[in-house]
Design a protein around this ligand. Structure first.
Ligand SMILES: Cc1cc2nc3c(=O)[nH]c(=O)nc-3n(C[C@H](O)[C@H](O)[C@H](O)COP(=O)(O)OP(=O)(O)OC[C@H]3O[C@@H](n4cnc5c(N)ncnc54)[C@H](O)[C@@H]3O)c2cc1C
Length: 425
């Protein structure tokens, strides 16, 4: 096994996992984190525009956020959250979990805080040049590494679909990335666009605080709208925005003063040079197993897929990448990796999914577990317990049916394969 010098970009949940394992695998490792803190987007800030160094605010965390997954699913393997009465907890509890994880494994000593990764490019000798800005000193420093794991998250560059008339709207248009508090809804006629977790949370908050709430989404089957505290009107796609409201594709019009797009994010890596071997955007390509760069396999990405058990998957992806980067196992040929990626993507396109779902694991039944099992088989590493994937599926489906009450349960692992549920209210 080769000893490698590894750079990790970011010290959020995926970067911490990468760091812990890289140290255990015997790598010489440095993690670069542009903020002063571990935990990534779980660090709430009121700011929405730039930080003290003029960098874009990274976190999309909002006040009073309660997790959309149970902590029994969210933990790293063999690292349970401290005992809690509830399964769904505040962002402060989650942040604390990451701080304790970093302390327990002495990870902070490997992290260069307030260091912004500015440019990463491959060199002709199979190494990577990493140019980093030391923010307090206002100074650029160049490092050379054998391998790089990108753990910079993918919920920071908003995707807002273009609609005719956006520029003439007299009210406010924003993305959920800059949503912080329900105060914003006071006296507004609000339209929320999107059907993912943030959209649902915002509809719930808006229904309690806005003058009126409209929800434009693609969820199918249509959710039970009687569960919201006050009336929420469902609408189809936006056809056109006018100065005081929105025309929808079903021919109806609704007056509104605030539009929030909870329409997801783009995969954006402004620090990767054009010759790094990957392209971002709707999804990152070409990657083997959604994490290893096929053109330059000493570059890996942790955490890209959606609809996942996050930290469990991070652990698998990190060990998978390290196994091949350190030569514990040999990579398949480039052609084989490309073929495997193409067939995996084709399954999504055949189902009619858009390119924005290139890393989406919910495209077929059991796809999540199948992906995890493949990672563990290919790299000969420990698989994840199937009860965790089952709890994820349970929480996901119950959220789709019972937006406002799915959190009132406590999950409990009872064996590798099984879990049980206690109803709290
Ligand atoms: C609103 C919201 C709610 C969510 N709720 C849940 C939930 O309930 N449960 C759940 O499991 N998941 C949830 N998630 C998903 C969550 O993003 C992941 O679970 C996980 O925390 C992501 O960790 P990460 O380390 O990959 O990314 P991040 O947490 O985004 O961390 C990336 C880190 O990289 C740093 N960084 C970025 N660029 C650079 C650079 N150029 N140089 C140096 N450092 C850099 C950032 O400062 C940051 O610290 C939610 C996401 C959002 C947006």
């Amino acid at each position: 096994m080769k000893k490698i010098k590894l750079a990790i970009i970011g010290a959020g949940a995926s970067g911490l996992c990468a760091l812990k394992n890289a140290v255990e695998y015997g790598c010489e490792v440095v993690a670069f984190e542009q903020t002063k803190l571990v935990g990534g987007l779980w660090n709430y800030t009121d700011k929405t525009d730039k930080d003290d160094y003029g960098l874009d605010i990274h976190s999309s965390m909002y006040e009073n956020l309660v997790t959309n997954l149970p902590i029994e699913v969210m933990c790293y393997p063999n690292e349970p959250f401290p005992k809690q009465h509830e399964s769904f907890v505040s962002s402060a509890v989650v942040l604390n979990y990451y701080i304790r994880y970093a302390q327990k494994f002495n990870l902070e000593s490997h992290i260069k805080f307030e260091h912004h990764v500015f440019r990463i490019r491959p060199l002709s000798n199979d190494k990577w040049e990493v140019i980093v800005k030391n923010l307090p000193r206002d100074m650029f420093v160049t490092y050379i590494f054998d391998s790089v794991l990108v753990c910079s998250g993918h919920f920071h560059t908003p995707y807002i679909p273009k609609s005719k008339g956006q520029e003439i709207f007299k009210g406010n248009i924003m993305h959920s990335h800059t949503y912080r508090s329900s105060k914003i809804f006071n006296n507004e006629r609000t339209l929320i666009v999107g059907g993912n977790n943030s959209a649902v949370d915002l509809v719930i908050e808006s229904s309690k605080n806005s003058k009126s709430t409209i929800w434009s989404h693609h969820l199918s089957p249509s959710p039970d709208m009687t569960q919201f505290e006050r009336n929420v009107e469902e609408k189809s796609d936006i056809l056109e925005i006018v100065s005081d409201g929105v025309k929808f594709s079903d021919g109806t019009f609704a007056e509104c003063s605030l539009i929030i797009y909870a329409t997801g994010y783009l995969y954006s890596y402004p620090f990767l040079s054009i010759d790094s071997g990957v392209l971002g955007g709707d999804y990152v390509k070409p990657l083997w197993m959604h994490c290893l760069c096929i053109n330059n396999p000493s570059l890996g990405f942790i955490g890209l897929p959606n609809l996942i058990c996050p930290n469990q998957m991070f652990q698998l992806q990190v060990e998978f990448c390290l196994t091949f980067m350190m030569g514990k196992k040999n990579l398949p040929s480039k052609d084989e990796m490309l073929k495997e990626m193409d067939s995996d993507l084709q399954q999504r396109w055949d189902k009619g999914l858009s390119s924005r779902k290139g890393h989406y694991l919910g495209h077929k039944h059991d796809a999540q577990l199948e992906y995890y099992n493949k990672l563990s088989q290919k790299a000969s590493i420990s698989p994840i317990m199937s009860c965790i994937v089952k709890m994820h599926a349970h929480a996901h489906h119950s959220r789709l049916k019972h937006f406002t009450s799915y959190r009132n349960v406590k999950y409990k692992v009872i064996s590798e394969d099984d879990f049980e549920i206690e109803y709290l209210k």
